[in-house]
Write a protein that binds this ligand. Sequence first.
Ligand code: CTP
Length: 404
Amino acid sequence: MFQGKRILLIIGGGIAGYKALELIRRIREQGGHVTPVLTQSGEKFVTPLSVSALAGEAVHRDLFDLTTEAEMGHIQLSRSADLVVVAPATADLMAKMAQGMANDLASTLLLATDTPVLIAPSMNVRMWEHPATQRNIATLKGDGISFVGPNEGHMACGEFGPGRLAEPDEIMAAIIRQLCTRQVLTGKRIIVTSGPTHEPIDPVRYIANRSSGAQGSALARALVALGAEVVFITGPATAAYPEGAQVVQVESARDMQTAVMQALPADAAIFAAAVADWHVRSASDRKLKKSKDGLPVLEFGENPDILRGVAQMTDGRPALVIGFAAETNDVVDYAIAKRLRKGCDWIVANDVSPNTGIMGGSENEVTLITEAGAESWPRMSKAEVADTLVAKIAHVLNGTKDEL
Ligand code: CTP
């Protein structure tokens, strides 16, 4: 998601400091690089060892660390990042920032930096609501500092209200928004279905397919990176869910249809899920026993065609409806017919024959079918397919001419 981006993470003191560890893990998982800084009070909650082990880099703790000063210096440290994140940000650290104080490493870095700063406050509700803190928040916002959270809820001290550190999910989404500057899909709401569906036979058995959800996740990530509000409706997939999207987990095709209808209206809908065409009509609500029930005879019923339903809506249809076609032969011909039959705008067709390694693999080779014709793309990673498709979606939703 943000390959090669550098984040200077300042960890202040607070009981929620453990969430900073999870944040480091998540940033690195997305290809980002974390330079950790631990304040003196931060060290009381998380250890320098766990921070540096997770970051894969030594943690900076002292303003007057001679080795660091000789090698890099705190000024350079403050400017080496693409984004400075403070999580948790204490009332004290925010007060120092608002006043322009520089009496320890964290406050000095925050004063010296010329990089965008995102802070995730965490404190007791009374401290948050105190007029002094509220004044500082207003000052910091005026200075162009971005905030994520705090959330409302039960606090470690037993009180209730705003002051809880935002969840790692929310902080990640805020980081993504900060780092991805080409926000050409801001304000656009886009639904993505992804993964396989599970169609129950009984409470423990089901019928599924080999979809990993990798292409759907990659698409959602690419959309989030361009600023879209993404509702990611996924069956039980094995691929990691996209950071920064609203994730709705479903099991069966019928659940997926309900979730899609609830997520509408949207500017675009992309149906990347490998939806089962049938459900087991004779599904049992108790586990089938081989001794008692013998060989099961499954009776099937047709599942709703979610893509077709949305593509053929007369009222509130998304401006762009995109389907996928997984075929094993006559890919383009079948996909052209499928586009017309389903009534969608585009079909992304791919060959999922076992020898292609596409289903469950990391690469994809697709042909994009639109009203204008068929365009075959070279084999590339699923992330690159996503970026290419999303760039075309942005063109259409922003009213610029379709590139095809
Ligand atoms: N799809 C859907 N709901 C279904 C079945 C499919 O939304 N019940 C969507 C898929 O997400 C995909 C597209 O329709 O975007 C193509 O699915 P596919 O199963 O290949 O189409 P079918 O109409 O079932 O055609 P066939 O089985 O003949 O290949």
